[in-house]
Write a protein of this length. Structure first.
Ligand code: SAM
Ligand code: SF4
Length: 431
C-alpha cells in the first residue's frame, strides 16, 4: 500500500511543480514514506535523516517530509526530536501535502495526522491515476476495525473505510487505458470491502466481476484478506472469474486456536481450513500463501508445533513469517516475550518448511510451458521479468516486443525464488 500511496503522492505534488527524481543528491523535496508494522521503524527514519543530512551538508537542505504510519504514530515526538523534518503527514492526510508544502518555511513545522480518509480519496479521485507499469495496485479499502492484539494498523491507518464502487471502477479504467494489464486490489482487509448505497451493498466480489469485463485487463489479484471475510460470494468468484488468479494470500498467523484467541484474531484454525477446502474443491490448482507470527507471547512448544503441522498440511507458497514484534500502544506490547534463542530456532524451522514448499512448487514447473505476464526488462540484462499465476518471478529470455504480453514460457530451471525459461514464439498471445 505504501507503493500505491507514494505513486499517488507523486501525482499530487506534480500539481505544484514537483516531479520524481532519481537524483537523490539534488532533490528540492525529500519524502520518506514509512511503515510501522514491525520493530525499528522509528530508528530507520532517524537513520535515513542522518544519511540525507550528510548528502546536503554543504548546500541548502531539502524540504523533508515524513509520511506514512511512523509519522502517524510518532507525530509531535518526531518533530520535537528532529528539527530537520518540516512536515509530518499521516496516511489519511496525504491530500494535504500540496498545501502544506507551500506553507513550509524555516520557522514553521507542520503536522497533518487526522483520519480524514473520505476527503483524501475525494481529492485523489480528481487526479487521474495513470501508470507506466504492467501490473498496478489499486486501493479499494483502508484501515481496520478488528484490533488484533499485536497490530498497529487500527491505530495508524484508522477505522475501516471502503471507497465508493464507481470511484474504484473509474480509477481502474484510467489504469487500464494507460496500459495496465494486471490490477492488484489493495486493502488492510481487502475482503472486508463494503460500500452501501440505498439500493445495494457492493462487496469485493462485485468489483472483481466488473473488472473482468475489461478486455484489455488480463489478470486480477487482491491482497491482504482476512479469513473471517472470505464470504461465499468471494469464494464463488473462483468458479466464474477467469481473470482472477488462483492464488490466495490468506494470513492465519498461528496454527494454535489458543494463540489465535490470545491474539484476538476472531477466527479458528478449523474455520481457516474450511475456507481452504472450499476453494480447493472449486479448483485444486489454487495455491495459498500466508503470514505467520512466531513466538507470540504464551506460545508453547505445543502451540508452535500446531503451526508447523498446519504448514505441513497446507503446502503454503510465497509466505511471510516473522518473530512477534511488540508494537507500542497495542495490547500485546507489554506481554512477556518468548526467549530469543527459542524464537529464532522456531522461525528457522518454520521457514525451512515454507521455503522447501516454495522450491518444490517452482521445481514442478520445470519442463512445462506456463503463462507469464511480462512486466519489464531487467536492468543491464537482455532478459525480461514477468510473473506466473502464483506471483512467482519468472526470468524470461525473450525479445522486448513481448513487454506487456501474456506469453507462454517453457521453464528450463528454477530456484526457491524464481523460474527461468524462454519464450515459445509460436505460442505468444497478444495482450
Ligand atoms: N489484515 C491482514 C490480516 O489480518 O491477516 C494482515 C495485514 S497486517 C498489516 C500484515 C502482517 O504483518 C500480518 O499478517 C502479520 O503477520 C504481520 N504483523 C503485524 N503486526 C505484527 C507484529 N507486531 N509482529 C510481527 N508481525 C506482525
Ligand atoms: Fe492488523 Fe489485520 Fe488484525 Fe487488522 S485484522 S488488526 S490489519 S492483523
Amino acid at each position: 500500500m505504501n507503493e500505491y500511496d507514494s505513486n499517488r503522492i507523486i501525482q499530487s505534488v506534480k500539481k505544484i511543480g514537483f516531479k520524481k527524481t532519481n537524483d537523490q543528491k539534488n532533490a528540492d523535496c525529500y519524502i520518506l514514506n514509512t511503515c510501522h508494522i514491525r520493530d525499528k521503524a522509528k530508528e530507520k527514519v532517524y537513520h535515513e535523516i542522518g544519511r540525507v543530512k550528510k548528502i546536503y551538508k554543504n548546500k541548502d537542505k531539502p524540504i523533508f517530509i515524513v509520511a506514512g504510519c511512523v509519522a502517524q504514530a510518532e507525530n509531535q515526538e518526531m518533530l520535537k526530536r528532529e528539527p530537520y523534518i518540516d512536515l509530518i503527514v499521516g496516511p489519511q492526510s496525504y491530500h494535504k501535502i500540496n498545501d502544506s508544502i507551500q506553507k513550509i518555511n524555516k520557522e514553521k513545522k507542520i503536522e497533518e495526522t487526522e483520519f480524514d480518509v473520505e476527503s483524501k480519496f475525494r481529492f485523489f479521485d480528481n487526479i487521474e491515476n495513470k501508470s507506466n507499469k504492467i501490473s498496478a495496485f489499486l486501493t479499494i479499502q483502508e484501515g481496520c476495525d478488528k484490533f488484533c492484539n499485536f497490530c498497529v494498523v487500527p491505530f495508524t491507518r484508522g477505522p475501516e473505510y471502503s471507497r465508493p464502487f464507481d470511484a474504484i471502477l473509474n480509477e481502474a479504467e484510467s489504469l487500464i487505458k494507460s496500459g495496465v494489464k494486471e490490477i492488484i486490489l489493495l486493502g488492510q482487509n481487502v475482503n472486508a470491502y463494503s460500500y452501501k448505497t440505498e439500493l445495494k451493498e457492493y462487496r469485493i466480489s462485485n468489483i472483481l466481476n466488473e473488472l473482468q469485463k475489461y478486455s484489455e485487463l488480463r489478470r486480477i489479484r487482491y491482497t491482504t484478506s482476512h479469513p473471517k471475510d472470505m464470504t461465499d460470494d468471494l469464494i464463488d468468484c473462483y468458479k466464474t472469474n477467469k481473470k482472477l488468479m488462483p492464488f490466495v494470500h490468506l494470513p492465519i498467523q498461528s496454527g494454535s486456536n489458543k494463540i489465535l484467541k490470545a491474539m484476538n484474531r476472531k477466527h479458528t484454525v478449523e474455520e481457516y481450513i474450511n475456507v481452504y477446502e472450499k476453494l480447493k474443491k472449486i479448483n485444486k490448482d489454487i495455491e495459498f500463501s500466508s503470514d505467520f507470527i512466531i513466538s507470540y507471547p504464551g506460545e508453547t512448544q505445543k502451540d508452535y508445533e500446531e503451526t508447523l503441522n498446519l504448514i505441513k498440511k497446507i503446502s503454503f507458497i510465497n509466505s511471510y513469517s516473522f518473530i512477534f514484534s511488540p508494537r507500542p500502544g497495542t495490547k500485546a506490547a507489554n506481554l512477556e516475550m518468548i526467549n530469543e534463542e527459542i524464537s529464532k530456532e522456531r522461525l528457522k524451522e518454520i521457514q525451512k518448511y515454507l521455503f522447501d514448499h516454495q522450491r518444490k512448487k517452482n521445481q514442478s514447473f520445470e519442463g512445462k510451458t506456463i503463462d507469464v505476464l511480462i512486466e519489464n526488462k531487467i536492468n543491464g540484462q537482455k532478459n525480461l521479468f514477468g510473473r506466473n499465476k502464483y506471483m512467482s518471478s519468472v526470468i524470461v529470455n525473450a525479445d522486448e516486443k513481448n513487454l506487456g504480453k501474456l506469453v507462454s514460457v517453457k521453464i528450463e530451471r528454477s530456484n526457491q525464488n524464481s523460474l527461468f525459461g524462454s519464450i515459445n514464439s509460436k505460442s505468444v498471445r497478444a495482450a
